[in-house]
Design a protein around this ligand. Structure first.
Ligand code: MN
Length: 290
């Protein structure tokens, strides 16, 4: 049995630009909650936006270096452009996986269409660290559309797993990653139960996006909470509580276990590398959005 280590509540929320109202579930480059290889997770719980009256909501041009940003759209649409030439609109169920690597500049806004109509918006932004050897990799942008993300039914019609990255029951996820990890949406039907087995070499975390879940018959977690597990082998039993379906974002991965030095949008291994990143950015070496 892989035991729950701790269940966390978001303790604050803040706006990223004027488009994303988020609750940090872990931050401080993951140092607060044993999340390696994941650095940060902002949960944008469901929030209704009015039509924008022609004023786009979001966050304008800003840099990143040394890691990857992963944005999952659960409701609403996000438009993105970056200096690697990447860009596009992601909608419900789509994921953008941006590798900042050696340095990138991007902007993140609600899509024009969503801005016009407004409506419910829900998203997750996750920062995934890169190992030292890949921190200066060429920036790239993976647009993972809902239809390209494998969906695997659970036994006994308990629900399904959507494999954004990693592997479930021998099926490989949509995203290319630099280190070994899983990023799954797990949906449990009302009253259903399932058992998941994750590699014992992985840190394991879950975010409850909908409903309430009983873990290993012992611990209960509800919408908006983060569950951290002991790093051991063994199964995790999940049981949907009440008459609601449960939706969980599951993250697991092999720790990179290297020094992490973060400064705003840059995450490197040393202070000197951070200083260099700031210099490179200020001197225009991250390119530009064209
Ligand atoms: Mn960004």
């Amino acid at each position: 049995m892989r035991k729950v280590r701790q269940i966390y509540n978001a303790t604050s929320s803040h706006w990223v630009g004027n488009g994303f109202l988020v609750q940090p579930l872990f931050s401080h480059m993951g140092a607060d909650k044993q999340t390696d290889p994941f650095l940060m997770l902002d949960y944008g719980a469901p929030h209704v936006f009015e039509p924008n009256a022609g004023r786009p909501r979001g966050v304008g041009q800003h840099p990143h270096k040394g890691f990857e940003t992963v944005t999952i759209a659960y409701a609403g649409e996000v438009a993105h452009r970056d200096s690697s030439g990447g860009g596009g609109v992601i909608g419900v169920g789509d994921v953008q996986w941006m590798t900042a690597g050696s340095g990138i500049i991007h902007e993140e806004f609600h899509s024009e269409a969503f801005g016009r109509t407004g409506g419910e918006f829900e998203m997750v932004q996750l920062w995934v660290n890169l190992p030292k050897k890949d921190k200066n990799t060429t920036p790239r942008y993976q647009e993972l559309l809902n239809q390209d993300i494998p969906v695997i039914p659970l036994d006994d019609e308990a629900g399904f797993v959507r494999v954004i990255a990693g592997e479930f029951n021998g099926v490989t996820g949509a995203a290319k990653t630099f280190t070994e990890m899983n990023l799954w949406d797990v949906v449990l039907n009302p009253s259903a139960a399932t058992t998941l087995t994750l590699p014992e070499t992985h840190n394991l975390l879950m975010v409850v996006l909908r409903g309430s879940v009983l873990l290993n018959g012992v611990d209960e977690a509800k919408q908006g909470q983060l569950i951290g597990f002991e790093m051991t082998g063994g199964d995790v039993q999940l049981q949907a509580v009440g008459d609601e379906a449960v939706k969980i974002l599951l993250l697991s991965g092999v720790p990179i276990d290297e020094p992490v030095v973060g400064y705003g949008p840059f995450v490197m291994n040393t202070e000197a590398e951070i200083q260099q990143a700031i210099t490179d950015f200020n001197q225009g070496r991250f390119g530009q959005i064209v």
